[in-house]
Design a protein around this ligand. Structure first.
Ligand code: NDP
Length: 316
């Protein structure tokens, strides 16, 4: 597995990584989660992504059991803070919640420190200097190593960088945005200049658009798929342009066929090809998907200019 620096930091993250959202601690049982995580690590993945919100903490409990006793130095483990519960201070980015959520994640994951700690969303009710100071305090206490954001807009990130500079503190090291063949603008247009200017790392999510890019939804929603388990997500994934999205996904089958790979591998390799992407966060509900997805690394070298233009023609 090739590694990238996480933005301008010295931390090395595997080109492909694995996340626990939706699947672990809920959709699949712990034996499947264990097999998936082991398969990913065996393929050279070093980064496992988590959040306090995933299965209300149960995903972190599962991941904690799986990685217990593993060599800590070989793992990059994250958590994210924002949605912790219903109380007024169980949510958002106020100092109390950010600190308590960090302690909760460490307890559930059975770790002494988190490598990466993300603000899962922007919180307009907490001043940015409170967030920057709190994250820096956690770094100084050795509870987290790097802090970052998820789905923050460019102006929100700029405010955080300006604040950190003013205070002489560390700004965000990484952002976690959605990025895939069907959802590109936030990374390519909006965040692009900031990624270059500040050396912001990116740990991108839903590279398969929740599975849509694999072709599994070409002819409807299979019973054993994510969108069958989570009907509310169909609106988010398909949106108003469902037919056009599915037409594009179908057309990508020819490109994948010519390269001798699956559409999942093509879509994952396409994300990893973007030099502004530090790591592609994959998700899997069964171990066969991990095996298939990790082979996307072999497809990366086949994505020459001609292939990229062909893909561009389909996505345009
Ligand atoms: P994907 O878009 O890659 O979707 C993964 C899902 O697609 C799997 O759970 C599986 O669902 C299906 N799938 C995966 N591989 C295959 C395959 N080869 N063939 C067929 N189906 C396949 O990524 P996620 O949406 O899961 O996001 C990845 C990670 O990103 C999450 O685990 C989480 O850590 C992070 N994330 C962060 C967010 C944020 O706001 N910061 C938001 C969302 C995710 P099934 O088999 O059930 O159909």
């Amino acid at each position: 597995m090739i590694t990238n620096n996480l933005g301008r930091s010295g931390l090395k993250v595997s080109r492909f990584s694995i996340g626990s959202w939706v699947t672990y601690g809920g959709q699949v049982d712990d034996s499947v989660a264990t097999a998936c995580i082991h398969a990913a690590l065996d393929a050279g993945v070093n980064f496992i992504d988590n959040a306090e919100a995933y299965a209300q903490g149960a995903a972190e409990v599962t991941v904690g059991k799986v990685i217990k006793g593993m060599r800590r130095e070989s793992l990059v483990v994250s958590s994210k803070v924002f949605w912790g519960g219903d109380g007024p201070n169980d949510t958002g980015l106020n100092r109390k919640h950010v600190v308590e959520a960090c302690h909760g994640a460490l307890r559930r994951l059975q770790l002494d420190y988190l490598d990466l700690y993300f603000c899962h969303r922007h919180d307009p009710t907490t001043p940015v200097d409170e967030v920057v100071r709190t994250m820096n305090t956690l770094i100084q206490q050795g509870k987290i190593l790097y802090w970052g954001t998820s789905e923050w807009t460019a102006p929100q990130l700029q405010e955080a960088f300006d604040c950190a500079e003013r205070l002489g503190l560390e700004g965000p090291t990484m952002e976690q945005p959605q990025y895939n063949m069907l959802h590109r603008a936030r990374v390519e247009d909006e965040l692009g200049p900031l990624i270059d200017k500040y050396g912001l790392g990116t740990t991108i999510w839903s590279p398969l658009a929740s599975g849509l890019l694999t072709g599994k939804y070409d002819d409807g929603v299979p019973e054993d798929s994510r969108l069958a388990h989570m009907e509310w997500l169909q609106e988010f994934v398909f949106g108003e342009t469902k037919d056009s999205k599915i037409a594009k996904v179908r057309a990508l089958a020819d490109v994948a066929g010519d390269l001798g790979c699956t559409r999942a591998q093509l879509a994952l390799a396409w994300c990893a090809k973007n030099p502004q992407v530090s790591t592609v966060l994959t998700g899997a509900s069964r171990v066969e998907q991990v095996h298939e997805n990790m082979k996307a690394l072999d497809v990366l070298e086949k994505l020459d200019d001609g292939v990229m233009q062909r893909i561009e023609g389909i996505l345009a």
